[in-house]
Design a protein around this ligand. Structure first.
Ligand code: PLP
Length: 394
């Protein structure tokens, strides 16, 4: 006999989540998650599926029929997009300017694609001319880019110029919109993006588990016309069509509770209004930015491609980034994150996402950073930072 382990009742700490995700979950979403389960083919659930898809079209700003929540986290939606669009032998053009561009490349390689790269340093966006040149040189079948790079805090400006460059050369365009959906302007149809995937636990303030994905007819034609089936059975969109399309036949059991959560999170977006929500993220992140700038710190990216939902705040002289992160977690139950890759040790990553993009959260972040810098001996003007944030929020 193996004895039953003696594990205490679940009692997680109450953290304020202001890192790169997950973000704070709205109480209404938590409430939706505690409602009774129904079957994944229950007529009531089928109706909720339709509503969820309708709401997803709104947040993506698309009419794409092919708009679904993929079971799993953002990476599942990412792999569904890339694994279905990239056929063995296809050329996939991926960006080099951040952590998630590398992940796109890795997934395209596993799908059997030949990966070629278009470059920009970490902390800078892609230049549409470079994308056009890379398309000229490599003739990619699919071009992927990251709209909101969570590793660097860079928002790709002028997306239509990128999609145009790729389309001029016959490539399909897949966009990572994980940290932009519901937080910064995103217009899938107007910007002519063929496929976009996202995640629920960033600016939608929903727990991870069911992740938005949309494909236009051009992209879906390619998926349905594949010579070989996609390598993943679970994420094969031609099979998932049976469940999320008209037929509503079993493929795998939908994560019912996560669909409830996503539906409620999306309802909150619809109630607020998508443009109002984009504006709120910008206003709240501006107050955060004003605070850290007044302390004498900058943000890593330039203003032209600043990403309000993820702020890459430069680490001041005189302190170690890890010590600051530990300090605010211990003293304030506040989660912020360290830089990744080329920016490791140089920046803090401070999210301003969804239900976290509120005055009380921004004030807490600036106050906690000010205290940490003071306590740990960083050379900053902590008081000026607090005053600037207060002023900006007034
Ligand atoms: C978080 C994130 C992902 C991956 O999502 P997971 O939910 O962690 O699987 C992909 N791309 C970007 C830009 C992200 O921020």
């Amino acid at each position: 006999m193996i004895d039953a382990p003696d594990v205490e009742e679940l009692n997680p700490p109450q953290r304020t989540l202001m890192g790169p995700g997950p973000s704070p979950v709205h109480p209404r979403v938590l409430k939706a998650m505690s409602t009774p389960l129904v079957g994944h083919l229950d007529p009531s659930f089928v109706e909720m599926m339709d509503e969820t898809q309708e709401l997803l079209r709104y947040v993506f700003q698309t009419d794409n029929e092919w708009t679904i929540p993929v079971s799993g986290t953002g990476s599942a939606a990412m792999e569904a997009a890339i694994g279905n669009l990239v056929e063995p032998g296809d050329t996939f053009l991926a960006p080099t300017n951040g952590y998630f561009g590398d992940r796109m490349a890795a997934m395209a390689r596993r799908a059997g694609g030949d990966v070629v790269r278009v470059g920009a340093p970490w902390g800078e966006p892609l230049d549409p001319d470079d994308v056009a040149d890379a398309c000229e040189e490599f003739h990619p079948d699919v071009f992927g880019f990251v709209h909101a790079e969570t590793s660097t805090g860079v928002k790709q400006p002028d997306v239509p110029a990128l999609t145009e460059a790729a389309h001029d050369h016959g490539a399909l365009v897949v966009a990572d919109t994980v940290t932009s959906i519901g937080g910064v302007e995103l217009k899938v149809d107007e910007w002519d993006i063929d496929a976009a995937y996202a995640g629920p636990q960033k600016c939608l303030s929903c727990p991870p588990g069911a992740s938005p994905l949309t494909l236009n007819d051009r992209a879906m034609d390619k998926v349905l016309g594949r010579e070989e089936p996609a390598r993943s059975w679970y994420l094969d969109l031609s099979l998932l069509e049976g469940y999320w399309g008209d037929e509503r036949a079993y493929h795998h059991t939908a994560p019912i509770t996560n669909v409830y959560a996503l539906r409620e999170a999306l309802r909150l977006v619809a109630e607020e209004g998508i443009e109002e929500r984009w504006a709120r993220h910008r206003e709240m992140a501006s107050a955060l930015k004003a605070g850290v700038e007044a302390m004498g710190l900058g943000l890593n990216p330039e203003d032209d491609y600043w990403l309000p939902s993820l702020n890459a705040v430069l680490v001041p002289d005189g302190v170690d980034d890890g010590d600051v992160i530990d300090y605010v977690l211990e003293q304030y139950d506040l989660e912020i994150a360290a830089g990744l890759g080329d920016l490791s040790g140089d920046v803090f990553r401070v999210g301003c996402m969804g239900h976290g993009a509120r005055p009380e959260n921004v004030t807490l972040v600036v106050a906690a950073l000010a205290d940490a810098f003071d306590a740990l001996g960083a050379d900053v003007d902590a008081a000026a930072g607090l005053a600037a944030t207060r002023e900006a929020l007034r």
